[in-house]
Write a protein that binds this ligand. Sequence first.
Ligand SMILES: Cc1cc2nc3c(=O)[nH]c(=O)nc-3n(C[C@H](O)[C@H](O)[C@H](O)COP(=O)(O)OP(=O)(O)OC[C@H]3O[C@@H](n4cnc5c(N)ncnc54)[C@H](O)[C@@H]3O)c2cc1C
Length: 634
Amino acid sequence: MAQVRAAGLNLAAIPFPLVARLSFMSIPTAVAMFAAMSYYGDFLKAQSPNFYDPSHYEEFDFIVGYPAIAKYFFWRVEEMPTPLEPIPSMAVYLQRLASTDYQYRTTPQNNSCLAMDEQRSLWPRGKGLGGTSNLNFMIYQRGNPRDYDELADITGDEEWRYQNLLQFFKKSEDYHGNYGNDKYHGSTGPLYVGKLKTTYLADKFVEAAKELGYPERDLNSEQSAGFSQLDATLKDGRRWSTYEAFIRPIEPYRSNLVIYRYATVIKVHLDRRKSAYGVTYVRHGMQKFVRARREVIISAGAVDSPKLLLLSGIGPRSQLHDLGLPCRANLPVGQNLQDHVTTLVGPFTMRAKGLLIDRDLNLNALNAYMRNGEGPMSSLAGVSAVGFITSALSKDPKWPDIGYFMSDSGVHRSLADDFTRILGMKEGVLQKYYGPHVGSDANFVLVMLGKPKSVGELRLRSRSPWDKPLIDPKYFSHPDDIKTMKHAVKFIVGLYEQTKTYRELGAKLASNPFPGCEQVAFKSDAYFECYIRHLTMTIYHPSGTCAMGKRRNDTVAVVDSQLRVLKTRGLRVADTSVLRFITNANLNAPAILVGEKAAFLVRRHWALQFVVCSKINYYLLLNEERLCFYTQRV
Ligand SMILES: Cc1cc2nc3c(=O)[nH]c(=O)nc-3n(C[C@H](O)[C@H](O)[C@H](O)COP(=O)(O)OP(=O)(O)OC[C@H]3O[C@@H](n4cnc5c(N)ncnc54)[C@H](O)[C@@H]3O)c2cc1C
């Protein structure tokens, strides 16, 4: 680069369309190429006579669906991360690609998602080791302490109280974020949490909120109403996925860890005592069985974990019978689906330089990223600040129920097309709405309903493991949700149009009405409701589909507080599906917390068993270790 500059070339003048745009066009091709290489590499590795012998099976102590629980494991997952995934600005381009995204869609929504194609919401879920952390936006938020205290209250298990979980948040963390405080943050864990190296207008957002009485604070300590700059799972401008943090460093050295890539589990097997003894999976076209000596731990996420339980005969009896599946355990699997419904408010145009891709993504940007992991390419789609406020409908004034994520990425030329693609919108809607503002510096704010009261459901579409499930989040089915969202949207418009900080920058919400809401008085209550019901989005946080609860007399519970699937043995679930109440924030940190907690529970259980068993074995059973393991299931 230095030579290029010396040769008199102005890198900043070489514009986006010429360099980055070309490569963006070919992102799907590049991703598909990496995916194919990785697939065939793994296919060749799998070749052995045993692989083609249907009667051959392997045996492991634990069969696990996903990371964090790093001990003796067999594994699944589809693809290897591609080299593009670590680059933050690539995040939006990883959705809707067959090799990185499961590409789920909800059923058509009632009176919401009106601007979306068929009134459906797209639900991307990440493939590959690292799962959805391979394509998420890397925002690190733990949620509110009361989100976890609720779990302790409902299960009667004090271990789920935030104060007792804090050690697990800290254990996973290597914190280098905006607000160091040893009481809340760890520095020796594998998960790097850092701050953004390049921000544009994040400080203005925090400053304006202060004018309205909202302090700047570390929202990852004792979350209460306030605003802050972003902490992110990002190291030197590189995505720090759960694979990067928890698996990659140990994979080559753990002789007791076996990872099978490209293996899709299609059934968990229960014996006559309803004890899980293995799984069937499909890998490179071969259907194989693998036996678990101790436990099967499912960690396929809030969509696929319930799907797998249902396919295995664990779920609502009538639903399973309708599909001709025998019911082995009648449990409300898939019934407590919760998601953070969201809308995107903006553009708030202003006279302040934010990130404008057409202008700022040039060879200089590439240079800055390659050298120091900074600049526009390290940006999380411009998201750089976050805030939480409490509405009048919240259970507790110290328990915010609305979240904001501010992006200072302005209206670039392809914005409407990009959003139309990743959100699955009707063609022309965003083109019409954003069209007059193309080329403007602006902010957008994702407004999130942090504690939604609407509850949806997930069901099997058919008995085939290859069919996508029916997902119905039932957005705004509870009347409080739309009221809270309207309040949330009006607050943020006020923040931009009434605070001194933003008035000085001439900030103003786009003055053309959202297509479909032209008939309603602009900025009236009815207008904002219309806006929200049209631009209804997910912020991609499905949860609660295998809800945690009491072992008895609990009509919502699927797992207990030890994450054990009720009415079965030797089977746990460990992912966001166990969160009975959605946490008031993004779900990556809570997912990792569940993983850490599950690892602790598994270790504690088997350490105790091991001591007791080894004594019994030694003195009574002539060292028949297996007998002991088989009889001591969780
Ligand atoms: C576009 C997007 C942006 C997001 N942004 C953020 C953000 O900025 N911050 C944040 O905190 N959260 C964010 N999230 C949410 C967050 O990343 C997820 O909630 C979290 O990663 C979920 O973790 P999980 O372990 O529950 O599931 P997943 O990460 O989805 O893991 C499930 C794993 O199981 C595998 N699997 C599925 N089915 C099977 C099967 N049958 N057999 C074997 N394996 C299977 C999958 O391949 C995957 O590897 C975002 C999500 C999306 C989609």
